[in-house]
Design a protein around this ligand. Structure first.
Ligand code: SF4
Length: 457
């Protein structure tokens, strides 16, 4: 069996499953957020009763992150609906925006977008927060009401996005009927070269198979090249499996996985035991591709779909209007470090926005010094508009007052985010070009799509 089949078989209590089997699996963790949480709660109450209790309160994780730093009252209200539900159900894992469990959330627009407006428990973007808060464990099943839930496949677990109806059912029963996906294998060899990042790996892969090339399939990343990839790298790659239609992505378990997971579960006091899965000798793949990391180049996915691949050089210096670094895919500490390495001591020439994925990342950037300045200060000095309000922000557009949103048509943005369908970051007439943080940084300095290796030192 493949890694995905092994996890699903175990969760179904079966010795063996194969692609196409329909099986009931037990859920280890169900995650929801402010956009889909209220709908999920509505389905749960409608189907199981107004006074029903969730199947296991220690396995439900609720992370508001999407439409948070906006004065839109309906968006603010969504966070309050989550808080009411958490109180009613006594759920321990709710990463609220405010500290008062009986309060109401309201963004104060008069304070502006840049200064922190959240309390001590707020965790930022769900997919980055889940592992950081100790909720991702090898061998487990994670369902989340968000398509990029597949990011947790980096940790050798089966993680996939589900809709509100399925999530309402999981909330009541802890189970879900799943069709076992076929597995596509991507064998990574070699090592990424300077100026080339994990984002380039996944943009290359999606370019090979197309934006629907993995529809309802598992993407398994293995091979000798994996060992050199950090957990952040693996998260970036797994995150974008859905951009090729994938059901899930999955990596093999190794010492790096254990080190990351053990540290986070210990720090947060979450469940620390887990059972990883190992690849069998005999695995059946519907597709098998070797990706030589040594040969990859800085890559761009052109508007309007993530499979429209070109190398940065092939873009011939296409003119840009803005640059954006942030999101679960491209807003991690390591992403900002690569970005800052390039813009440090220089100045961007187009509007450039920086949105860390989590408050911890804000803290990392504000407390790590390069010389006499923090990374944060280097970014600011380079002209990057940095917000402390970690969250999804303009990655998915959001209400009109969302930081970094493209409210006008005709703009071209190069972005470290993960999706570039029309209207994704605001106006339907704007365009999004997906690239690594390094490519976004180099392009922000020139106002044109630029190969970051020109700035590598
Ligand atoms: S940062 Fe973007 S891709 Fe990630 S969860 Fe938020 S909206 Fe979705």
């Amino acid at each position: 069996m493949t890694l995905t089949e092994k996890i699903l078989a175990r969760a179904a209590g079966k010795a063996h499953v194969e692609a196409g089997d329909n099986i009931w699996v037990k859920t280890d963790v169900l995650m929801t957020h402010d956009v889909c949480g209220p709908g999920t709660i509505g389905v749960f109450k409608r189907e199981f009763g107004q006074t029903a209790k969730v199947w296991d309160k220690d396995r439900v994780v609720i992370i508001p992150d999407h439409y948070i730093f906006t004065a839109d009252s309906k968006s603010n209200r969504n966070v309050d609906i989550l808080r009411d539900f958490v109180r009613e159900q006594s759920l321990p894992y709710f990463y609220d925006v405010i500290d008062d469990p009986n309060g109401n959330w309201a963004f104060d627009a008069t304070k502006g977008n840049l200064k922190r407006q959240y309390g001590s428990r707020y965790a930022g973007v769900c997919h980055t927060a889940l592992p950081a808060k100790g909720h991702t464990r090898p061998g487990e099943i994670l369902f989340g009401t968000d398509s990029h839930t597949c990011m947790a496949g980096a940790f050798n677990q089966f993680a996939t996005g589900i809709g509100n109806t399925d999530a309402g059912f999981v909330m009541g029963t802890g189970k879900l009927l799943i069709k076992v996906p076929e597995t596509m294998r991507f064998r990574l060899e070699g090592k990424l070269q300077p100026g080339v990042m994990a984002k380039d790996v996944i943009l290359h892969v999606i370019g090979e198979i197309g934006f629907d090339g993995a529809t309802y399939r598992a993407l398994q990343f293995d091979g000798p090249g994996v060992v050199s990839l950090s957990m952040d790298d693996r998260m970036t790659i797994a995150n974008m499996a859905i951009e090729a239609g994938g059901k899930n992505a999955i990596f093999e378990f190794d010492a790096r996985t254990a080190e990351y997971v053990d540290a986070r579960t210990r720090l947060n006091g979450t469940k620390s035991s887990y059972e990883p899965v190992e690849a069998d000798k005999n695995q059946t793949f519907v597709y098998d591709l070797v990706v030589n990391l040594d040969k990859l180049e800085p890559t761009v996915a052109c508007h309007p779909d993530p499979g429209q691949r070109k190398t940065a050089k092939q873009m011939n210096g296409m003119k840009l209007d803005r640059a954006y670094i942030g999101s679960c895919t491209g807003g991690k500490t390591s992403d900002f470090i690569e970005f800052a390495r390039i813009v440090k001591g220089r100045h961007v020439v187009i509007d450039t926005f920086g949105v860390p994925a989590t408050p911890e990342i804000v803290r990392d950037l504000q407390t790590t010094y390069w010389g006499d300045k923090t990374i944060w200060q280097h970014m600011m000095d380079a002209g990057v508009q940095m917000t402390e309000n970690a969250g999804c922000a303009a990655c998915l557009g959001g209400p009109v007052d969302t930081f970094g949103r493209m409210n006008k048509g005709g703009l071209k943005c190069i972005s470290a985010t993960n999706r570039n369908f029309p209207g994704r970051m605001g106006s339907k007439e704007s365009e999004v070009y997906l690239a690594s943080p390094a490519t976004v940084a180099a392009s922000a300095l020139t106002g044109r799509v630029t190969d970051p290796r020109e700035y590598w030192s």
